[in-house]
Design a protein around this ligand. Structure first.
Ligand SMILES: *Cc1c(COP(=O)(O)O)cnc(C)c1O
Length: 356
């Protein structure tokens, strides 16, 4: 028997969540963001599940984009960071990929590529996130380049919000974008999941939902269920051992947890080598036999401990859910001081995946 850990991927939930994003976006089309192996859910699996509904796919890696084409995907594909070297440019043309162009250096690469055809591009404007994008000061130079470049076809303008999930929101970046894009008559793409859900006026022509497709909330103060999203990845395992410990006994490496009452421990076949966050402290929620309890002590490589004291019917072989169905990944992530994006992306290669 292999270890009992599994990642169950619910493809109907993925499709449901995509349609939720599109419903919020009104008449805008929606890129399904499948970067980072579809946030750990499997690139080809996720794209295939969305093939009938998705308006397009957005990702980072040229090789991944080509893999989607080779798998028969016909919809537009957006390369979110564009090309990284001149040799990538003819491949964009050959495979019908739309590169994001985010700096003047990329514009120069395009001009010098000697392409026999014109490429559609997304021109990324830096409106305040200060990661990628043409700044207001660089805009005139970019416009001159666009006007003369023989390699550039249709242009869509885009930007990316830094705080659509709260904080200062989007007003300042949106004002900057509208100012920079005034006078252009191009399609526009602005919104990530948080903006789609909280700032629907940013939907414009194309939206770019990522995390919401995978059933997690981009917000700290509103759950995925409240947003009508369904979990896609369920990380499930089983109890493989039980220990009864007395008051004062300790649990796991470093003895971080000390029992303050007689405690019945369940040992779960899941550890940080499976992608469970090692920094999740005692008290992180976990489901055993359908009941909510908490982890105890430090997470080890292949195992972690949880409290079965109040679940006497649970024992060796009882089913465990680390996150997903019945236990939002967002809650586990919050306990571990991270976000569900990171939990999903960290799912280890060694965890067998089953599609449901
Ligand atoms: C990752 C990414 C998105 C999706 O963001 P979510 O917060 O996961 O919805 C959208 N746009 C760009 C440019 C991205 O890199």
């Amino acid at each position: 028997m292999p270890r009992p850990i599994r990642a169950r991927i619910d493809l109907a939930a993925l499709r449901h969540n995509y349609l939720v994003a599109r419903r919020h976006a009104g008449s805008a089309k929606a890129w399904a963001v499948v970067k980072a192996n579809a946030y750990g859910h499997g690139l080809l699996r996720s794209a295939t599940a969305l093939a009938e509904v998705a308006d397009g796919f957005a990702l980072l890696d040229l090789a991944d984009a080509i893999a989607l084409r080779d798998a028969g995907m016909r919809q537009p594909i957006l390369l979110l960071e564009g090309f990284f070297e001149p040799a990538d440019i003819p491949l964009c043309a050959e495979y019908g990929l739309i590169p994001v162009v985010h700096c003047l250096e990329q514009l120069a690469m395009l001009r010098n590529a000697g392409l026999p055809v014109r490429l559609s591009i997304y021109l990324k404007l830096n409106t305040g996130m200060n990661r990628l994008g043409i700044t207001p000061a660089q805009l005139p130079a970019a416009q001159r380049e666009l006007a003369v470049s023989p390699a550039i076809g249709a242009v869509t303008l885009m930007t990316h919000f830094a705080e659509a999930d709260g904080g200062r929101g989007i007003a300042q970046q949106l004002a900057c974008f509208d100012q920079m894009s005034g006078g252009w008559s191009c399609p526009v793409s602005l919104a990530n999941s948080a903006a789609i859900l909280r700032h629907p006026q940013t939907a414009r022509d194309w939206v770019r939902p990522g995390i919401m497709l995978y059933g997690s909330s981009p917000f700290g103060d509103e759950s995925a269920a409240e947003l009508g999203l369904q979990p896609v990845m369920t990380l499930a395992s089983r109890i493989v051992g039980v220990q009864e410990i007395a008051v004062g006994e300790r649990v796991g490496y470093g003895g971080l947890f000390v029992a303050e009452r007689p405690t019945r421990l369940g040992i779960v076949a899941c550890g940080y080598a499976d992608g469970y966050p090692r920094h999740a402290p005692s008290g992180t929620p976990i489901l055993v036999a359908g009941q909510r309890t908490e982890t105890l002590g430090r997470v080890s490589m292949d195992m972690l401990a949880c409290d079965l004291t109040e679940i006497p019917e649970a024992g060796v072989d009882s089913p465990v859910i680390l996150w997903g169905d019945g236990l939002p990944a967002d809650e586990v992530a919050a306990s571990a001081g991270t976000i569900s994006y990171e939990l999903f992306c960290a799912l280890a290669q060694r965890v067998p995946v089953v599609e449901v």
